[in-house]
Design a protein around this ligand. Sequence first.
Ligand code: 6R9
Length: 656
Amino acid sequence: MSQPTIESILQEQRLFPPPADLAAQAEIKSAEEYEQLYAKAEADPQAFWAELAEKELDWFEKWDTVLDWQPPFAKWFVGGKLNITYNCLDRHLKTWRRNKAALIWEGEPGDSRTLTYAQLHREVCQTANVLKQLGVGKGDRVGIYMPMVPEAAIAMLACARIGAPHTVVFGGFSAEALKDRLNDAEAKLVITADGGFRKDKAVPLKTAVDKALADNGVPSVNNVLVVQRTKADVTMASNRDHWWHELVPAASADCPPEPMDSEDMLFILYTSGTTGRPKGVVHTTGGYNLYTHMTCKWAFDLKDNDVYWCTADVGWITGHSYIVYGPLSNGATSLMYEGAPRPSNPGCFWDVVEKYGVNIFYTAPTAIRAFIKLGDQHPQARNLSSLRILGTVGEPINPEAWIWYQQVIGGGKCPIIDTWWQTETGGFMITPLPGATSTKPGSATRPFPGILADVVDLDGNPVADNEGGYLVVRHPWPSMMRTVYGDDDRFRRTYWEHIPPKDGKYVYFAGDGVRRDEDGYFWIMGRVDDVINVSGHRLGTMEIESALVSHPAVAEAAVVGRPDDLKGEDVFAFVTLENTHPPSDELNSELKQHVVNEIGVIARPGEIRFADALPKTRSGKIIRRFLRNLASGEDIAGDASTMEDQSVLDKLRQGS
Ligand code: 6R9
């Protein structure tokens, strides 16, 4: 791993205090209040979380032990019983929120649907009963491969209702990638749709499921439940495939929530790591419910009459925590949008903000940069005055994009909530609180109360202010991942042994480089491992390399990230070919398409460069540092004397 480099954000000095009127009505009203909460949580994290768990969630049975910490394995609220769907649905039915909009959905073609808490509860219960009819029971895993339609959220909640962990696979993943994930989770059933609408096209999904399941590709799957969305022609296998619209409306709406142990698995979500195989990140029930609830409540300062819109896809952790579980647990109105800005409607996001009077808007820096490019005329032609709070997530936001977001979208009056967190952390870890934290463009600011974030070197020693280091967390928190599904050892190695424990104290290694300034603000500098971040999507370089070498023409491949104005980073691949296959433009395009088939469109390389050989150390390791330099058109940095064959570099340079 290389020491992270400090980039231009170092110079950013501007400070934006919380708007006074917003602070006066906020959950956490001042910097002092934040400091007090932080100090209280730091002094006794268990008491801090127990008090909130008691106050904010409904439990069927109370826990005996707040935290059982046997590093690196944590259990929260041990012995407690609850069901997250009770907290997200049933408890609101006893109040005026019964008829409040839980989900507002806008389809890309302009169709829309609103589900009140009572309606959502009913459909979740019916779907849960269908899952039971199809043989799914507590503990069985269910795959979800869906477009952004209400049924995606309903499917997740229906699984949680009966205690069947879901594993949502982003609809942009290919049949191959879907198959790997379903097999790893040994899913018993898959919920999908014929397709979904995106950028004026009907994108097929069911065909990918058919492909993944063909020739007994996923032996554990017995049934497929299919939502009809695009009305595309699909093949329905008898005895295996069932239409949602035939089974769900006919099912009973009576389905009591399964009492779950606080530590029962809620879901598995696959994410990229440093090896070729994606990791199944395991989250459990009680701690995840509490933490997504609290972070959503305090960082977005949810008010009961707010319309809250997170633009993520439910296939990512952001969709899980901040479209579905966090907002619904708070009784909020969560908006889901199926589409994306497209040439025929570059202002579609702002139409949605205006149409529903969105108050809280949460998106990614890559989207913000795309909006800047599309031009100010689109947001300016709409009334965005309802907006009160703006959030961002997924990658470091450059100060220019931050300021544009604050000025052009927020009209200079909305705090920018830059939330740093990960699939593994379950919820926001470092984030401003809108009424309490003065923001600095490009900084995720301060840790959430209860999160003991720190900056250390590779030996675990503290790093001075303003010096780059590794981001770690010193104390377990309720929504931390519990393990890598089926691989405790990988969990331990990846997150808890990079930085050696000191005096028996383990620290969580996030994989990000960071700098903390003199005010205690964190400036995330990006990944320090072989993970690249393309448009906020996490991709393992090894995953893409494995995909490339699975093609018969490829002898060896090395993938690095290249800085990209729009996407943050782009995939750049160096490939050496078998001598049976001469280089050609056709082969170059074929290899790009091969990666799309193996992983999905999000992993498509921006550039593939053919090389005679790759730069390697004497022990045979590819020197990615040099390739990163070459990909971004920089001079080769550092000492090349450890290289086995110096002429390789000269050739690669000439190629560029
Ligand atoms: C929620 C999510 C996690 C990685 C993380 C980091 C990057 C996320 C960020 C950010 C800078 C932010 N990241 N939020 N970097 N500022 N506000 O994105 O989860 O897909 O697991 O990605 O994304 O590098 O380590 P995930």
